[in-house]
Design a protein around this ligand. Sequence first.
Ligand code: S3P
Length: 170
Amino acid sequence: MADNILLIGFMGVGKGRTARALAALTGRFTVDTDDLIESMTKMNIRHIFAEQGEAYFRQLEQQTADWLEYHVSGTVVSAGGGFFMVKNLRRLGQVVYLHSQLESILETMRSHPNAAAKMKKRPLLQDMARAEALFAERLPFYRQAADMEISVQGRDSGDIAAEIATRLRR
Ligand code: S3P
C-alpha cells in the first residue's frame, strides 16, 4: 500500500488548503487529483464535464488513482469530492474525511473573495437542490471510506492539519 495521506470530503470543505497546511507541517509534497486530471487532459474540469460527461470524468479519476497507487508515496493527496468512489482508494494510503455541514461549506464559499469563480468551476454545485441531495447521499459513503473523520467546521486549516498529524502519529 502507498503511504500517502488522502483528504476526502465534499466540494468546498477545504481539502486543498488543509492539504497544503498538512504538507507544510509534515514536510511532505501535496498533489490535487483535479489538478492531475487537468494536466493529463489539458482541459479544465468544467469543460470535461460539459464536453465528455461525468462518467468520463470518473474514468479519469480512476486512472489518476491507478497512477497514484504505483507512482506516488509519502504525499498529501487532496482528492476531488467524488474521488472516494475509486476502486483502490484504501490502497493509496490513509484516508481522512473532512466533515462539515453543507450550510457552513456554502457559507464559507460564498464569503470568499473569489466566490463566483469557486462556484462556477464546480459543475455539481450549479444546482443547489442537487448539491443538497448529493451531500446527503454521499455522507455515509465518505464515512465508510475513511480511516479517520475530522470535524472542520469553522476551523482554521493549520489547526485541522495539526489534528490530522497528531492523530496519524497515534
Ligand atoms: C466533484 C468535486 C470536484 C471535482 C468535480 C467533481 C464531485 O472537486 O472533482 O467537479 O463529484 O464532488 P472538489 O471537491 O475539489 O471541488
